[in-house]
Design a protein around this ligand. Structure first.
Ligand SMILES: [Zn+2]
Length: 339
Protein backbone atom coordinates (compact mmCIF):
# COMPACT_ATOMS: atom_id res chain seq x y z
CA UNK A 1 0.00 0.00 0.00
CA UNK A 2 1.09 3.50 -0.70
CA UNK A 3 1.35 5.39 2.56
CA UNK A 4 3.22 8.48 1.49
CA UNK A 5 0.95 11.46 1.47
CA UNK A 6 2.52 13.08 -1.59
CA UNK A 7 1.97 9.94 -3.63
CA UNK A 8 -1.61 9.68 -2.58
CA UNK A 9 -2.15 13.23 -3.76
CA UNK A 10 -0.63 12.48 -7.14
CA UNK A 11 -2.32 9.09 -7.21
CA UNK A 12 -0.50 7.94 -10.35
CA UNK A 13 -2.09 5.09 -12.23
CA UNK A 14 0.56 4.03 -14.69
CA UNK A 15 2.77 7.02 -15.24
CA UNK A 16 3.59 10.37 -13.88
CA UNK A 17 5.35 13.00 -15.97
CA UNK A 18 7.34 16.06 -14.92
CA UNK A 19 5.73 19.49 -15.11
CA UNK A 20 7.83 20.23 -18.16
CA UNK A 21 6.73 17.06 -19.89
CA UNK A 22 3.14 17.88 -19.17
CA UNK A 23 3.54 21.23 -20.90
CA UNK A 24 5.42 19.89 -23.90
CA UNK A 25 3.34 16.77 -24.47
CA UNK A 26 1.65 16.98 -27.84
CA UNK A 27 -1.48 15.46 -29.27
CA UNK A 28 -2.06 13.94 -32.63
CA UNK A 29 -4.16 16.08 -34.91
CA UNK A 30 -7.89 15.68 -34.64
CA UNK A 31 -8.16 14.23 -38.14
CA UNK A 32 -6.22 11.11 -37.22
CA UNK A 33 -9.09 8.95 -38.51
CA UNK A 34 -8.14 9.91 -42.07
CA UNK A 35 -4.87 8.03 -41.69
CA UNK A 36 -6.18 4.76 -40.32
CA UNK A 37 -8.99 3.87 -42.67
CA UNK A 38 -9.11 0.10 -43.17
CA UNK A 39 -6.73 -0.56 -40.27
CA UNK A 40 -7.77 -2.68 -37.32
CA UNK A 41 -6.29 -2.63 -33.85
CA UNK A 42 -5.83 -4.81 -30.80
CA UNK A 43 -5.30 -2.88 -27.55
CA UNK A 44 -3.67 -5.34 -25.13
CA UNK A 45 -3.99 -3.12 -22.05
CA UNK A 46 -7.08 -1.03 -21.33
CA UNK A 47 -9.24 -0.78 -18.20
CA UNK A 48 -12.72 -0.48 -19.64
CA UNK A 49 -14.37 -0.91 -16.24
CA UNK A 50 -13.36 2.72 -15.70
CA UNK A 51 -14.64 3.92 -19.08
CA UNK A 52 -17.96 4.84 -20.60
CA UNK A 53 -20.04 3.46 -23.45
CA UNK A 54 -18.94 6.53 -25.45
CA UNK A 55 -15.41 5.19 -25.20
CA UNK A 56 -16.51 1.78 -26.45
CA UNK A 57 -18.21 3.44 -29.40
CA UNK A 58 -15.12 5.54 -30.14
CA UNK A 59 -12.90 2.44 -29.99
CA UNK A 60 -15.18 0.60 -32.41
CA UNK A 61 -15.30 3.59 -34.76
CA UNK A 62 -11.50 3.81 -34.76
CA UNK A 63 -11.13 0.14 -35.72
CA UNK A 64 -10.25 -1.41 -32.36
CA UNK A 65 -11.63 -4.93 -32.74
CA UNK A 66 -10.28 -6.60 -29.61
CA UNK A 67 -8.89 -5.60 -26.23
CA UNK A 68 -7.34 -7.06 -23.11
CA UNK A 69 -8.38 -5.71 -19.73
CA UNK A 70 -5.78 -6.48 -17.08
CA UNK A 71 -6.88 -6.76 -13.46
CA UNK A 72 -5.45 -3.87 -11.49
CA UNK A 73 -6.17 -1.61 -8.55
CA UNK A 74 -9.11 0.73 -8.51
CA UNK A 75 -7.42 3.95 -7.38
CA UNK A 76 -8.08 3.24 -3.74
CA UNK A 77 -7.28 0.11 -1.79
CA UNK A 78 -9.88 -2.64 -1.54
CA UNK A 79 -10.87 -3.58 1.97
CA UNK A 80 -11.89 -7.19 1.53
CA UNK A 81 -11.84 -10.32 -0.57
CA UNK A 82 -15.41 -9.91 -1.77
CA UNK A 83 -14.61 -6.81 -3.79
CA UNK A 84 -11.75 -8.66 -5.50
CA UNK A 85 -14.13 -11.51 -6.33
CA UNK A 86 -16.74 -9.18 -7.75
CA UNK A 87 -14.11 -7.33 -9.77
CA UNK A 88 -12.64 -10.51 -11.28
CA UNK A 89 -16.16 -11.76 -12.00
CA UNK A 90 -17.02 -8.52 -13.78
CA UNK A 91 -13.92 -8.84 -15.99
CA UNK A 92 -15.09 -12.21 -17.30
CA UNK A 93 -18.77 -11.31 -17.14
CA UNK A 94 -20.47 -7.95 -17.40
CA UNK A 95 -17.52 -6.04 -18.90
CA UNK A 96 -17.05 -8.69 -21.57
CA UNK A 97 -20.74 -8.43 -22.38
CA UNK A 98 -20.66 -4.64 -22.45
CA UNK A 99 -17.74 -4.77 -24.90
CA UNK A 100 -19.55 -7.26 -27.13
CA UNK A 101 -22.39 -4.78 -27.47
CA UNK A 102 -20.01 -2.58 -29.44
CA UNK A 103 -18.55 -5.41 -31.52
CA UNK A 104 -15.28 -5.49 -29.57
CA UNK A 105 -13.89 -8.83 -28.40
CA UNK A 106 -12.93 -8.51 -24.74
CA UNK A 107 -10.26 -10.61 -23.05
CA UNK A 108 -8.71 -10.12 -19.65
CA UNK A 109 -5.74 -11.02 -17.53
CA UNK A 110 -6.24 -11.89 -13.88
CA UNK A 111 -3.85 -11.20 -11.04
CA UNK A 112 -3.07 -9.48 -7.77
CA UNK A 113 -1.71 -6.03 -8.60
CA UNK A 114 1.56 -4.88 -7.07
CA UNK A 115 0.11 -2.11 -4.92
CA UNK A 116 -2.36 -4.33 -3.16
CA UNK A 117 0.25 -7.05 -2.75
CA UNK A 118 1.47 -4.90 0.13
CA UNK A 119 -1.66 -5.65 2.15
CA UNK A 120 -0.46 -9.12 3.04
CA UNK A 121 -3.44 -10.44 5.02
CA UNK A 122 -5.72 -9.62 2.09
CA UNK A 123 -3.15 -10.68 -0.52
CA UNK A 124 -3.05 -14.17 1.01
CA UNK A 125 -6.79 -14.51 0.52
CA UNK A 126 -6.66 -13.20 -3.04
CA UNK A 127 -3.98 -15.74 -3.95
CA UNK A 128 -6.33 -18.51 -2.88
CA UNK A 129 -9.07 -17.49 -5.30
CA UNK A 130 -6.87 -16.61 -8.32
CA UNK A 131 -6.88 -20.16 -9.74
CA UNK A 132 -10.69 -20.05 -9.84
CA UNK A 133 -10.44 -17.26 -12.42
CA UNK A 134 -7.19 -18.03 -14.25
CA UNK A 135 -8.69 -21.07 -15.95
CA UNK A 136 -11.83 -19.35 -17.17
CA UNK A 137 -12.54 -18.88 -20.86
CA UNK A 138 -11.12 -15.66 -22.30
CA UNK A 139 -8.49 -15.23 -19.59
CA UNK A 140 -5.33 -14.78 -21.66
CA UNK A 141 -2.72 -14.28 -18.97
CA UNK A 142 -1.72 -13.52 -15.41
CA UNK A 143 -1.63 -9.77 -14.99
CA UNK A 144 -0.96 -7.08 -14.40
CA UNK A 145 1.58 -8.11 -11.81
CA UNK A 146 5.07 -7.03 -10.83
CA UNK A 147 6.62 -4.20 -8.89
CA UNK A 148 5.38 -0.82 -7.73
CA UNK A 149 7.45 0.30 -4.74
CA UNK A 150 9.66 -2.79 -5.11
CA UNK A 151 8.91 -4.06 -1.60
CA UNK A 152 9.54 -7.59 -0.29
CA UNK A 153 5.78 -8.25 -0.27
CA UNK A 154 5.51 -7.25 -3.93
CA UNK A 155 8.33 -9.64 -4.76
CA UNK A 156 6.73 -12.46 -2.80
CA UNK A 157 3.41 -12.24 -4.63
CA UNK A 158 5.04 -11.62 -8.00
CA UNK A 159 7.02 -14.85 -7.61
CA UNK A 160 3.96 -16.75 -6.44
CA UNK A 161 1.94 -15.59 -9.42
CA UNK A 162 4.74 -16.47 -11.83
CA UNK A 163 4.42 -20.03 -10.56
CA UNK A 164 0.66 -19.93 -11.11
CA UNK A 165 1.23 -18.71 -14.66
CA UNK A 166 3.74 -21.45 -15.31
CA UNK A 167 1.39 -24.09 -14.00
CA UNK A 168 -1.50 -22.77 -16.10
CA UNK A 169 0.79 -22.23 -19.12
CA UNK A 170 -0.41 -18.63 -19.39
CA UNK A 171 1.51 -15.56 -20.55
CA UNK A 172 2.47 -13.01 -17.88
CA UNK A 173 1.67 -9.30 -18.21
CA UNK A 174 4.21 -7.41 -16.12
CA UNK A 175 3.60 -3.90 -14.80
CA UNK A 176 6.91 -2.07 -14.35
CA UNK A 177 7.26 0.69 -11.74
CA UNK A 178 7.33 4.42 -12.36
CA UNK A 179 10.09 4.98 -9.83
CA UNK A 180 13.40 3.23 -10.43
CA UNK A 181 11.95 1.87 -13.64
CA UNK A 182 15.16 0.48 -15.03
CA UNK A 183 16.02 -1.42 -11.88
CA UNK A 184 12.44 -2.65 -11.46
CA UNK A 185 12.31 -3.84 -15.07
CA UNK A 186 15.59 -5.74 -14.81
CA UNK A 187 14.48 -7.35 -11.56
CA UNK A 188 11.13 -8.35 -13.06
CA UNK A 189 12.84 -10.09 -15.97
CA UNK A 190 15.53 -11.76 -13.85
CA UNK A 191 12.92 -13.19 -11.48
CA UNK A 192 10.76 -14.48 -14.34
CA UNK A 193 13.77 -16.29 -15.81
CA UNK A 194 14.66 -17.63 -12.38
CA UNK A 195 11.21 -19.20 -12.18
CA UNK A 196 11.79 -20.98 -15.47
CA UNK A 197 9.39 -18.88 -17.53
CA UNK A 198 10.34 -18.53 -21.18
CA UNK A 199 10.88 -14.85 -22.07
CA UNK A 200 8.46 -15.11 -24.99
CA UNK A 201 5.72 -15.88 -22.45
CA UNK A 202 6.32 -12.56 -20.67
CA UNK A 203 5.05 -9.17 -21.79
CA UNK A 204 7.02 -6.44 -20.04
CA UNK A 205 4.78 -3.39 -19.96
CA UNK A 206 5.23 0.39 -19.68
CA UNK A 207 8.64 0.43 -21.36
CA UNK A 208 10.55 3.53 -22.40
CA UNK A 209 13.83 4.28 -24.16
CA UNK A 210 15.77 3.29 -21.07
CA UNK A 211 14.38 -0.22 -20.86
CA UNK A 212 13.48 -1.33 -24.38
CA UNK A 213 16.86 -2.59 -25.56
CA UNK A 214 17.43 -4.91 -22.64
CA UNK A 215 13.87 -6.25 -22.80
CA UNK A 216 14.16 -7.09 -26.50
CA UNK A 217 17.72 -8.41 -26.22
CA UNK A 218 16.62 -10.89 -23.57
CA UNK A 219 13.77 -12.17 -25.74
CA UNK A 220 10.80 -10.68 -23.88
CA UNK A 221 7.88 -8.86 -25.46
CA UNK A 222 8.13 -5.09 -24.96
CA UNK A 223 4.85 -3.24 -24.48
CA UNK A 224 4.60 0.55 -24.51
CA UNK A 225 1.86 2.55 -22.89
CA UNK A 226 0.97 5.76 -24.69
CA UNK A 227 -0.33 7.99 -21.94
CA UNK A 228 -1.00 11.71 -22.36
CA UNK A 229 1.23 14.19 -20.51
CA UNK A 230 3.71 11.54 -19.48
CA UNK A 231 7.05 10.02 -20.20
CA UNK A 232 5.91 8.05 -23.24
CA UNK A 233 4.20 10.22 -25.81
CA UNK A 234 3.55 8.76 -29.22
CA UNK A 235 6.10 10.88 -31.08
CA UNK A 236 8.77 9.12 -29.10
CA UNK A 237 7.04 5.82 -29.82
CA UNK A 238 7.50 6.47 -33.55
CA UNK A 239 11.22 6.97 -32.96
CA UNK A 240 11.45 3.70 -31.04
CA UNK A 241 9.87 1.75 -33.89
CA UNK A 242 12.20 3.48 -36.35
CA UNK A 243 15.15 2.40 -34.24
CA UNK A 244 14.14 -1.09 -33.11
CA UNK A 245 11.72 -2.21 -35.80
CA UNK A 246 8.48 -3.98 -34.98
CA UNK A 247 9.47 -7.40 -33.69
CA UNK A 248 8.01 -8.23 -30.22
CA UNK A 249 6.94 -4.58 -29.69
CA UNK A 250 3.33 -3.69 -28.93
CA UNK A 251 1.48 -0.49 -28.06
CA UNK A 252 -1.35 -0.02 -25.60
CA UNK A 253 -3.41 2.81 -24.15
CA UNK A 254 -3.65 1.57 -20.54
CA UNK A 255 -6.66 3.88 -20.41
CA UNK A 256 -8.12 3.79 -16.90
CA UNK A 257 -9.73 6.06 -14.32
CA UNK A 258 -6.90 8.61 -14.69
CA UNK A 259 -6.37 11.12 -17.48
CA UNK A 260 -5.74 8.77 -20.36
CA UNK A 261 -6.76 8.22 -23.96
CA UNK A 262 -8.54 5.04 -25.05
CA UNK A 263 -7.72 5.91 -28.66
CA UNK A 264 -3.97 6.00 -28.02
CA UNK A 265 -3.29 2.91 -30.15
CA UNK A 266 -5.28 4.19 -33.12
CA UNK A 267 -3.78 7.69 -32.86
CA UNK A 268 -0.27 6.30 -32.67
CA UNK A 269 -0.93 4.21 -35.77
CA UNK A 270 -2.03 7.40 -37.52
CA UNK A 271 1.11 9.21 -36.42
CA UNK A 272 3.26 6.31 -37.60
CA UNK A 273 1.60 6.43 -40.98
CA UNK A 274 2.18 10.20 -41.18
CA UNK A 275 5.84 9.70 -40.28
CA UNK A 276 6.47 7.04 -42.88
CA UNK A 277 6.47 3.82 -40.83
CA UNK A 278 5.57 0.89 -43.09
CA UNK A 279 2.09 -0.61 -43.05
CA UNK A 280 3.66 -3.92 -42.01
CA UNK A 281 5.37 -2.44 -38.96
CA UNK A 282 2.25 -0.52 -37.93
CA UNK A 283 0.21 -3.70 -38.08
CA UNK A 284 2.77 -5.62 -36.03
CA UNK A 285 2.93 -3.12 -33.16
CA UNK A 286 -0.75 -2.19 -33.04
CA UNK A 287 -2.30 -5.60 -33.72
CA UNK A 288 -0.37 -8.73 -34.60
CA UNK A 289 2.32 -8.93 -31.91
CA UNK A 290 -0.21 -8.60 -29.10
CA UNK A 291 -2.25 -11.41 -30.63
CA UNK A 292 0.81 -13.62 -31.06
CA UNK A 293 1.92 -13.02 -27.48
CA UNK A 294 -1.40 -13.58 -25.74
CA UNK A 295 -2.66 -16.31 -28.09
CA UNK A 296 -0.07 -18.50 -26.39
CA UNK A 297 -2.78 -18.83 -23.73
CA UNK A 298 -4.83 -20.89 -26.19
CA UNK A 299 -7.71 -18.52 -25.48
CA UNK A 300 -7.63 -16.29 -28.57
CA UNK A 301 -9.41 -17.28 -31.74
CA UNK A 302 -8.84 -14.54 -34.32
CA UNK A 303 -11.98 -15.53 -36.16
CA UNK A 304 -13.87 -13.99 -33.25
CA UNK A 305 -12.78 -10.50 -34.30
CA UNK A 306 -10.79 -10.60 -37.54
CA UNK A 307 -13.83 -10.30 -39.74
CA UNK A 308 -16.80 -8.10 -39.12
CA UNK A 309 -18.37 -8.75 -35.79
CA UNK A 310 -22.03 -9.25 -35.19
CA UNK A 311 -23.56 -6.63 -32.94
CA UNK A 312 -26.87 -7.30 -31.31
CA UNK A 313 -27.75 -4.85 -28.56
CA UNK A 314 -31.02 -6.62 -27.89
CA UNK A 315 -29.03 -9.29 -26.04
CA UNK A 316 -28.94 -9.34 -22.26
CA UNK A 317 -26.49 -10.44 -19.59
CA UNK A 318 -28.21 -12.05 -16.60
CA UNK A 319 -31.29 -10.14 -17.67
CA UNK A 320 -29.47 -6.81 -17.85
CA UNK A 321 -28.88 -4.72 -20.93
CA UNK A 322 -26.73 -1.70 -21.78
CA UNK A 323 -29.85 0.00 -23.10
CA UNK A 324 -31.71 2.46 -20.93
CA UNK A 325 -35.43 3.18 -20.89
CA UNK A 326 -36.86 3.73 -24.37
CA UNK A 327 -33.58 3.20 -26.24
CA UNK A 328 -33.74 1.11 -29.39
CA UNK A 329 -31.19 -1.69 -29.72
CA UNK A 330 -28.67 -1.46 -32.51
CA UNK A 331 -28.66 -4.68 -34.49
CA UNK A 332 -26.23 -5.11 -37.32
CA UNK A 333 -25.02 -8.31 -38.82
CA UNK A 334 -22.21 -7.00 -41.00
CA UNK A 335 -20.48 -3.86 -39.81
CA UNK A 336 -18.54 -2.85 -36.76
CA UNK A 337 -19.24 0.80 -37.37
CA UNK A 338 -22.90 1.71 -37.33
CA UNK A 339 -24.26 5.22 -37.54
ZN1 LIG B 1 -2.99 -1.08 -16.21
Amino acid sequence: MCNKHSEIQQNPSHFEGSAEEKVTAQHVQANFMDYIKDMKFFDPHIHMTSRTTDDYQALADAGVVAIIEPAFWLGQPRTGLATFKDYFSSLVGWERFRSSQFGIKHYCTIGLNSREANNEPLAEQVMEILPLYLYKEGVVGVGEIGFDDQTPAEEKYYRWQLDLAKEANLPVQVHTPHRDKRKGTERSMAIALEHGIAPNMVIIDHNNEETVKSVLDQGFYAAFTIYPFTKMGNERMVEIVKQYGSERIMINSAADWGISDPLAVAKTAALMKMKGISAHDIKMVTYQNAIDAFAQSGQINVEDFENNTVIDQSKTFNGNTILRGGQQPRIDKNAIVIR
